[in-house]
Design a protein around this ligand. Structure first.
Ligand code: ATP
Length: 487
């Protein structure tokens, strides 16, 4: 039915256990998965103990040739799971669940209290509570007999993530397999949450993973960053420390409250900050440092104080980014002239405000970025103010291949449709990486932007008589952008 809508060329709605599932552009999703993994379902609201569900598609080498790999992961909250076990699915349990959902503090406290007692009793009896699975723990299989599709189902060792996996030969895969796999994933959800728990719900499965779409705070994620594995894993750890204040408090640990990121222009520092904000679920505020520095005496101090006064009031988690942080330069001990003194005063105020903020508002994370770390005075970024210092270098060859892969995959996911192929099949990412020596992520984005523009112009001139972007065209664009110094 939605096939009549040109905006959704490949819409496909089906129902499963009373839930309506809308599958958008299934063919394009499978195409995108040829280049790299694509996440299709995330961020939806699930019943009972299920906190999150992810479904993805990727390519892999199977024993008998390339396969399309479908993967699903179902996250179960410990607390929610304990609650659901205590409440069960009878009318009283359902009534109490509704009360908890509606925010009834008394009911929540009672049920959680019973849960805590139950866990303690289990432990005292020498039983490992965490080893008790939310459903049958033994690895199993879920099968869609019509399609001949079988998913292996297994639990993580924590017992709080259920994983599904199914492979279909790449030559044979079609949108029905994707639909079938989503059905099997929902089947696994039902086994955790009870029959009827999905009835009346609505889910949209779409290409959510769009790395090369213009980066907005809402869309960019750490998964989209290429070639910076260590940096990304460091940021994920910071996000975990931010998301679990209770664990931090239990151990008297103080999570990092200031991060300094430094590296050459265009290496992805701003992108990483936005992605970190999203990972934490924080608001993102960008302060262009040079803009708050006022040429009038006292103006800069006032502006900085205002930024921090606002920051102390944020009631939701917020990441504040100070761009071009080196513009608050403090040449410690240098020059007794008026200009140096004024700069030192600004830096002094920043230090003081940063100290106060750490005490005053645990909701805030401050990140400062700079291309010139050696211009930033050490006392300004000493540990305690900026606990974490992260170098963001230019990508090496493997890094560039990964960035090309992620960006191209994003473009395919965002733009390819049945009948419209954006990139040729025979792209060689390693050769692209080799040819783009010395380039940053921002340069690679520009290489792609230029090819896209050329293609669009040819398309406009010829009425659509244009082939997909080829390896040769990408190499030509790299050479053109690099000029004489790279290549
Ligand atoms: P500057 O120091 O000049 O402010 P920056 O280090 O903050 O630069 P960004 O502005 O984050 O760099 O990068 C520009 C764009 O380049 C990003 O929005 C992103 O699209 C792309 N990009 C840069 N590095 C990467 C990367 N490692 N992976 C994926 N995309 C990247």
């Amino acid at each position: 039915m939605s096939e009549a809508n040109p905006a959704r060329p490949c819409g496909n709605t089906f129902t499963f256990a009373g839930a309506t599932v809308e599958l958008l552009d299934a063919a394009a999703m499978l195409t995108a998965a040829r280049v790299g993994p694509v996440v299709l379902l995330r961020g939806a609201v699930w019943p009972g103990a299920v906190q999150w569900v992810e479904v993805g598609v990727s390519s892999a080498d199977g024993e008998d040739g390339p396969v399309c790999l479908f993967t699903g992961a179902i996250g179960i909250a410990d607390k929610e799971w304990i609650r659901s076990l205590i409440l069960g699915h009878d009318p009283v349990g359902l009534l109490l669940s509704k009360r908890i959902e509606a925010g009834d503090a008394v009911v929540t406290r009672i049920v959680d209290g019973v849960g805590a007692v139950a866990v303690a009793a289990y432990r005292r009896l020498g039983l490992d509570w965490s080893a008790q699975p939310p459903a049958n723990r033994a690895p199993g299989r879920l099968v869609d007999a019509d399609l001949g599709l079988a998913a292996e189902v297994a639990y993580d060792s924590s017992g709080t993530v259920v994983r599904l996996r199914a492979a279909v030969p790449r030559e044979e895969v079609n949108p029905d397999h994707l639909r079938g796999f989503i059905g099997l994933t929902l089947q696994a959800v039902l086994e955790i949450t009870g029959p009827d728990s999905l009835r009346g719900r609505r889910y949209t499965v779409s290409r959510e993973y769009l790395p090369a779409v213009p980066v907005t705070t809402r869309s960019v994620t750490l998964d989209q960053v290429g070639g910076l594995t260590d940096v990304v894993s460091q940021l994920r750890q910071i996000a975990v420390s931010f998301q679990h204040p209770e664990a931090m408090a239990r151990w008297g640990a103080r999570r990092p409250q200031g991060i300094l990121m430094y590296g050459p222009p265009g290496t992805g520092k701003t992108m990483l900050c936005r992605a970190l904000a999203n990972e934490i679920g924080a608001d993102f505020r960008e302060i262009r440092t040079p803009e708050i520095l006022d040429k009038w005496l006292g103006g800069s101090e006032r502006n900085i104080k205002q930024v921090f006064r606002d920051a102390r009031r944020y009631r939701v988690p917020t990441l504040i980014l100070f761009d071009e942080f080196d513009s608050i330069i403090s040449y410690a001990g240098a020059g007794g002239d008026a200009a140096s003194q004024a700069i030192n005063a600004v830096a002094g105020i920043f230090k003081q405000e940063m100290n106060d903020l750490i005490e005053a508002n645990p909701n805030v994370l401050v990140v400062a970025t700079t291309n010139f770390p050696d211009r930033v005075d050490a006392s300004l970024i000493r540990s305690g103010r900026f606990d974490v210092k992260i170098s963001v270098p230019k990508p090496d060859e493997d890094g560039r291949a990964e960035i090309f892969g992620k960006m191209i995959r994003g473009l395919i996911a965002a733009h390819e449709q049945p009948g419209f192929m954006m990139f040729a099949d025979d792209l060689d990412l390693t050769a692209l990486a080799r040819a783009s020596r010395g380039m940053t992520g921002a340069d690679i984005k520009e290489v792609l932007r230029r090819v896209q523009l050329t293609k669009a112009m040819q398309d406009a001139r010829t009425g659509g008589q244009v082939g997909p972007i080829s390896q040769h065209e990408l190499i030509a664009s790299i050479t053109e952008l690099a000029g004489p110094q790279v290549g």
